[in-house]
Design a protein around this ligand. Structure first.
Ligand code: ZN
Length: 97
């Protein structure tokens, strides 16, 4: 299931959603269409738990009822997060030259 946890009632289970080292098999690695909701990084754990996701460790992201809940990317330094930070700025109205 990867690092995205599943809510109770969904078919996916059996993986600690805090385990970001887990990667899905190749057949699950295509580029999906997905709704992603970002929340402040320190709020993700409580948000996911409020929707039924559980884990022994802190939850860093989750997938519940077709929606991916992710920490907002601007606090992360890797290039992928920087790119997402840039685009989420546009999503809330930022325009640059
Ligand atoms: Zn831009």
């Amino acid at each position: 299931m990867g690092f995205l946890g599943a809510a109770a009632g969904l078919a996916q289970s059996g993986c600690d959603p805090a385990d970001i080292t887990a990667r899905p098999p190749e057949q699950y690695r295509h580029a999906p269409s997905a709704i992603v909701i970002f929340a402040e990084t320190d709020a993700i754990d409580a948000l996911c738990r409020s929707m039924g996701v559980s884990a022994d460790k802190s939850i860093r992201a989750c997938f519940v009822n077709g929606v991916i809940y992710m920490p907002q990317p601007c606090g992360w330094s890797d290039p992928y997060a920087q790119t997402f930070c840039h685009e989420t700025g546009h999503a809330v109205g930022w325009v640059h030259g």
